[in-house]
Design a protein around this ligand. Sequence first.
Ligand code: PHE
Length: 459
Amino acid sequence: MKDANSPHAAHEHQRDSFGSSFGVLVALAGSAVGLGNLWRFPYLVGENGGAAFILIYLGFVLLVGVPIMMSEFIIGRRSQANARGAFKKLAPGSLWFVSGTLAVLCCLLILSFYSVVGGWGIEYLFKAFRFDFTRGGDSAGLSTLFSDFASSTWRPLVCHTVFLLLSGLIVILGVKNGIEKFSKVMMPVLFLIIIVIAIRSLTLPGAGAGIDYLFHPDWSKVTANTYLAALGQAFFSLSLGSGMVITYGSYVSKKENITAISAKTAAADTLFALIAGCAIMPAVFAFGISPGEGPGLVFITLPHIFSQLPLGGFIAILFFVALLLAALTSSISLLEVIAAFCIEEFKMKRFWAVVLTLFVLWVLGCLCSLSQGVLADWKIFGRNFFDLFDFLSANVLMLLGGLVAVVFVGWKLGRTVIHDELTNSGTLKIPVWLLDTLLFLIRFLAPAAIAVIAIFQWV
Ligand code: PHE
């Protein structure tokens, strides 16, 4: 049995690939839509003053995020190889491939803490099924409930393990039979759930204040930090600089339209974040809670709201199902970056590549999980494992990966290759002004924006 989906064929001539345009879109959107939208975006909006942050974020997605995504797409599709192999194929004998190796490391670090938060999602889904939140929990009680759980030793480890196993099962099935099939069913379900919750939230008495907060900018709250947070969030939410778009792009056929898919993926991700904002903020305001609660928003503030909301018990179940699905479609993409690297660079079989990766991730994830409790005092550069991995990936490696991708495509591959990839060797028409604009964004604006942010962050 040597078809393209057989694990044995993966490192031979035929590579696994996506089966349809819709499949490509839902897989990419599945990677982009994740904890970044449901957990990170709402609390960053809350901490950074609402609408003004959202507008700045939208600007970054359009002017910096989409050009980076297109550049990574070009690298992946042109090379038809994993994040490291892609650079080796397109620029043999050079050192560009180091960036691909760092991207794989970046995914390892992200997935280590991502799977811990995914595990928290599993625990909270259980609690929701037991209607724990609606049994009259007050906010102080819910806050201790969360910190007691996250800092305990065994339960979070079990949940983290289950989350990793679920992701592993999907990735072992391959790109078309695992990732694409799962995303095709789950992404529409996810959108549907979040729309239902948004409608419930928007129809609460007092929801208007939340809408106001989301859509009427207060520019006086904007500082340099707002810009930093917005660009960092654009990277994280669109899964940029992590080798994900390179890897998924390498499974995409030469007939697909890179510009259109990139724009649609960014639009789907942004739309989802905005709907999630509409699901969360009106309820936060309707119940008179402060929007700037930080990372505990999803696990403390929202359960508090569910406890008072009519039909809150059911909404809680829907919300944590959504959180888990969103986290899974992203974690499989992170896992695939590492698995593809092992399969192609070390000629491993898909099954063993995933098993090995899961094992390493499990160990790293245990460190992250325990760093919330017994290992809280183990610090490197003043940060516990969880925060260190988060910082190194989101604030260092993703920025670096994105920077290398745009510089590589803009300056090394150049205009002719970009034109060739965006028009599928002349079969698609692309207006000259659009090509020129994209070239300007890829060559100048995106690298400049990343450099400025990096300098502000690190100096
Ligand atoms: N974009 C995902 C989210 O928003 C996180 C992610 C980052 C996934 C990098 C893949 C690669 O949750």
